[in-house]
Design a protein around this ligand. Structure first.
Ligand code: ADP
Length: 398
C-alpha cells in the first residue's frame, strides 16, 4: 500500500508518499508560505530532479490540491492516479488524554480534536485544517491521526501531575503530556532492532535534540517520563525556548519590564534558549563556530544546553535504575559530535563511555560506546514520517 504522510503547520505543509511494500519514499516535499505572498512547493521524487512549483496558494486546500497534482504529474510525479494512495497519515501535535495511540479519523475523532485545540492553540488548528482539506479532496481515502503526545500517555500520575493545586488538573487538564513522541518511539524501537534485543527487555534514554529538544525515559518500550510538559516549552534549554526556569521569574520580569502575557510568552518561546543566552543564533552550527572563535556567550549557551541534557539523562537513569542504551537523534543529536561528546563527558560513573573516534559521524546510524561492557550509545536518525506511515498502515489494515 502507498501511504501519504501529511504534516501541516500554520503556513507550511510537509509531505511524503511512502510505498509500504519495502518502506520506500517515492516523493517528498515542502510547501511554504501558504496564505502568504510567494507560496511555493519544493517537490522531490526519488530518482528525479527537484521541481519548484510557484503558484498562489490562498489556503491549505489549494496547497494540497497542487501537491496531489504533483504526485500524479506525468513528468515529476510517482503515481498514475490518486486512487493509488491507500491511506493518509496526519501528524497531530496534541491528542490530550483521549488519544493514547493513533486513531482512524471519523466524525467523533474530529470532535475530540476540536476539544484539544485549547491545549495546543498554535499547533492543532493547522493540523485540523490539513485533515479537513484532505477529506474534501480525497473523501473516500481512510485517514489516520498520529499524535506527538500519544507515546507518553503511558506515564504514571507521579510523573505527569504538577505540584500545583490538583483542581487545575481536574478543571483544565493541566498535566505533563510530553511531545516528540513519534520520534522517541521510532528511535527506541530502532535501538532495540540494532541491539538485537526485545524492546520489552530494554531501558533506553532517548535524546531528541533539534530546534525543539526533549529527553525521554523508555522502559520496556513505554515512555515513563519525558522532559517536555503541558506544552513544548518545558525541559531542556532549546534553540529559542527557555525550558525549565523558576516560575517566579515570569511575574518578576513582567512587573519590571511592564510586559503583557503575550509578550512574556513570546520572550520564553522565541527569544530565550541558546539564542537568548548567546545573543547570536539559535542554530548550533553558528554557536559552535562562534564558541571556537572565542565568543564567551556562545560557549556559555552551549554549556547550559549540555548541562541540562546531562541532568535529564542522570534523572532518567535514576528513574529506571539501569540504562541499556543512550540514543541521540534529530538535527543536533544526529550531526553534532561535539555536543554528544560533551553530554557524555563526566557520565562515566553511570557506565556511559563514548569513543571519540567512533563519535566522528554525522547523520547516520552508529554505535559510539567504547566497549561492550558500557552503556550502548547510539546515533539514530529519526524518521517520524515512517513511524506515522507504519501506524497508518497498521490501523487501516485491521
Ligand atoms: P526541528 O525541531 O525543526 O525538526 P531539527 O531536528 O531539524 O529541528 O534540528 C535543527 C537544528 O539542528 C538546527 O537548528 C541546528 O542547530 C542543528 N544542526 C543541524 N546540523 C548540525 C550540525 N552539523 N552541527 C550542529 N548542529 C546542527
Amino acid at each position: 500500500m502507498k501511504i501519504l504522510v501529511i504534516n501541516c503547520g500554520s503556513s507550511s505543509l510537509k509531505y511524503q508518499l511512502i510505498d509500504m511494500n519495502g518502506e520506500e519514499v517515492l516523493c517528498k516535499g515542502l510547501v511554504e508560505r501558504i496564505g502568504i505572498e510567494g507560496s511555493k512547493i519544493k517537490h522531490d521524487t526519488t530518482g528525479k530532479e527537484r521541481v519548484i512549483i510557484e503558484e498562489p496558494m490562498a489556503n491549505h486546500k489549494v496547497a494540497l490540491g497542487l501537491v496531489l497534482n504533483a504526485l500524479i504529474d506525468e513528468n515529476h510525479g510517482a503515481i498514475k492516479s490518486m486512487d493509488e494512495i491507500g491511506a493518509v497519515g496526519h501528524r497531530v501535535v496534541h491528542g490530550g488524554e483521549t488519544f493514547a495511540s493513533s486513531v482512524i479519523i471519523d466524525d467523533e475523532v474530529m470532535k475530540v480534536l476540536d476539544e484539544c485545540i485549547e491545549l495546543a492553540p498554535l499547533h492543532n488548528p493547522p493540523n485540523i485544517t490539513g485533515i479537513e482539506a484532505c477529506k474534501e479532496l480525497m473523501p473516500n481515502t481512510p485517514m489516520v491521526a498520529v499524535f506527538d503526545t500519544a507515546f507518553h500517555q503511558t506515564m504514571e500520575a507521579d510523573n505527569y501531575i504538577y505540584p500545583i493545586p490538583y483542581e487545575y488538573y481536574e478543571k483544565y487538564k493541566i498535566r505533563r503530556y510530553g511531545f516528540h513522541g513519534t520520534s522517541h518511539k521510532y528511535v527506541s524501537l530502532r535501538a532495540a532492532e540494532i541491539l538485537g534485543k526485545d524492546i520489552k527487555d530494554l531501558n533506553i534514554v532517548t535524546c531528541h535534540l533539534g530546534n525543539g529538544s526533549s529527553v525521554c525515559a523508555v522502559q520496556g518500550g513505554k515512555s515513563v517520563d519525558t522532559s517536555m510538559g503541558f506544552t513544548p516549552l518545558e525541559g531542556l534549554a532549546m534553540g529559542t525556548r527557555s525550558g525549565d526556569i523558576d516560575p517566579a521569574i515570569i511575574p518578576f520580569i513582567m512587573d519590571k519590564e511592564n510586559m503583557s502575557f503575550e509578550e512574556v510568552n513570546n520572550m520564553l518561546n522565541k527569544q530565550s534558549g541558546v539564542l537568548g543566552i548567546s545573543g547570536i543564533s539559535s542554530d548550533f552550527r553558528d554557536l559552535e563556530i562562534a564558541a571556537n572563535e572565542g565568543n564567551e556567550r556562545a560557549k556559555l549557551a552551549l554549556d547550559v544546553f549540555v548541562n541540562r541534557v546531562k541532568k535529564y539523562v542522570g534523572a532518567y537513569v535514576a528513574t529506571m535504575c539501569r540504562v541499556d542504551a543512550l540514543v541521540f537523534t534529530a538535527g543536533i543529536g544526529e550531526n553534532s559530535g561535539s555536543i554528544r561528546e560533551k553530554v557524555c563527558e563526566g557520565l562515566e560513573c553511570l557506565g556511559i563511555n563514548i569513543d571519540t573516534e567512533l563519535n566522528n559521524v554525522r547523520g547516520e546510524e552508529a554505535k559510539l560506546n567504547k566497549d561492550s561492557n558500557s552503556v550502548n550509545i547510539l546515533v539514530i536518525p529519526t524518521n517520524e514520517e515512517l513511524m506515522i506511515a507504519r501506524d497508518t498502515l497498521e490501523l487501516v489494515s485491521k
